[in-house]
Design a protein around this ligand. Structure first.
Ligand code: CMP
Length: 140
């Protein structure tokens, strides 16, 4: 089964949406194979988002993702990468449809967009290794 890395970002933790977001993944039938609360430091943030370092919003992104802890999860299921991306909705909450996580729980990208989800198999592997050791992953 395919695996993806999900982060419930600082705005999700600070706005107490953690339980609601996890519920959606479990209700969908996806399995949580790993989960932990992590306070990302600048070094880790630069690694996680290194493909975005040329973007104008990069400094803001570093500040946002390090302002409070995130919930990191390895989520598994059939076509998990695409399924979780669809459940998350468009990156900009203004474009995210109702029924999606960003559509329901976020409004302005300046205030955050609630979750991060891996956008490819390659990035899922890289991001899982950044957040989890092999023996922290549960095999059902
Ligand atoms: P994420 O799915 O984690 O992937 C890259 C992140 O960059 C994205 O979610 C947002 O948090 C952030 N991001 C993307 N576009 C913008 C933008 N225009 N302004 C601020 N942050 C952005």
């Amino acid at each position: 089964m395919e695996e993806t890395l999900v982060l419930i970002k600082p705005d999700g933790v600070l706005n107490k949406k953690v339980g609601k977001i996890i519920n959606r993944f479990e209700d969908k039938g996806l399995k949580i194979k790993g989960m932990k609360m992590v306070w990302i430091d600048e070094e880790m943030a630069r690694k996680h988002y290194n493909h975005l370092q040329e973007k104008v919003f990069f400094d803001r992104l570093l500040k946002y993702i390090t302002e409070a802890p995130v919930i990191a999860m390895v989520i598994c299921g059939k076509e998990a990468i695409e399924v979780v991306r669809t459940m998350a909705g468009e990156t900009n909450p203004l474009d995210a449809l109702p029924g999606t996580i960003r559509g329901d729980f976020a409004l302005d990208i300046e205030d955050g967009n609630m979750i991060h989800t891996s956008d490819s198999k390659e990035n899922a592997e890289r991001e899982k290794e950044l957040f989890f050791l092999k023996d922290e992953i549960f095999n059902y």
